[in-house]
Design a protein around this ligand. Structure first.
Ligand SMILES: [Mg+2]
Length: 164
C-alpha cells in the first residue's frame, strides 16, 4: 500500500515537468488534476502561464484531460474556456474515472501520465493502474477542504513511515 503512494516523479510545479522526457518515454496522454495542481483551489480560471503550458503540450502532440474530484460547476467553468475535456466528481483514487479519461485520450496505461498534488488520490489511483505518476507540490493549502486536510495528514504519516 505505501509503495503505491510513491510517485514516479516528484516536482515543484507543473512547469518543472520535462515534457520531452515524457514524450521520449512514450507518454502521449496526460491526466491532470485541477485544484492545487494547475491553479490554487480557489482560483476560478487558468493563468496566462498555464494556458501557454497547455498549448505547448498540445502542440507537441500530447492529449490532455482534466480529472477532478470537485463538482461540475467548478471544473466546467475552468476547463470549458480552455477547450479541454474534463471529468468532474471523479472519485479518485477509484479506477473508473481513470479508465474514462484514457478512453477520452485514446491512450493505454503505458502511454498515460497522471499529474496531481495528492498522494492518496492522484498518485495512488494512477499507480494502481500502472500510469506514469507525477506529484507536484500543492499551490496553496490554506483554503483546502476538510477531507483534503485529512488526506494531507495521512500523506505526512505515510512519508514519515517510508523514510524509516
Ligand atoms: Mg488537487
Amino acid at each position: 500500500m505505501l509503495k503505491k503512494l510513491v510517485p514516479r516523479q516528484s516536482v515543484h510545479t507543473i512547469y518543472d515537468i520535462d515534457a520531452n522526457h515524457l514524450w521520449g518515454f512514450g507518454v502521449r496522454g496526460i491526466i491532470t488534476d485541477l485544484d492545487n495542481t494547475l491553479v490554487g483551489a480557489r482560483d476560478p480560471h487558468a493563468t496566462p502561464e498555464l494556458i501557454e503550458w497547455l498549448n505547448r503540450l498540445q502542440k507537441m502532440g500530447f492529449k490532455v484531460v482534466i480529472v477532478s474530484n470537485n463538482n461540475h460547476g467548478r471544473v466546467s467553468a475552468f476547463a470549458e474556456p480552455l477547450g479541454i475535456p474534463f471529468i468532474h466528481r471523479a472519485k479518485k483514487p477509484t479506477n473508473v474515472s481513470f479508465h474514462r479519461a484514457m478512453k477520452l485520450l485514446g491512450t493505454n496505461a503505458r502511454q498515460t501520465a497522471v499529474i496531481g498534488d495528492q498522494m492518496l488520490t492522484d498518485v495512488l489511483g494512477g499507480n494502481r493502474m500502472g500510469l506514469y505518476t507525477i506529484l507536484v507540490q500543492p499551490i496553496s493549502i490554506k483554503d483546502e477542504g476538510f477531507f483534503t486536510k485529512i488526506n494531507r495528514r495521512i500523506e505526512k504519516w505515510a512519508l514519515a513511515r517510508m523514510k524509516k
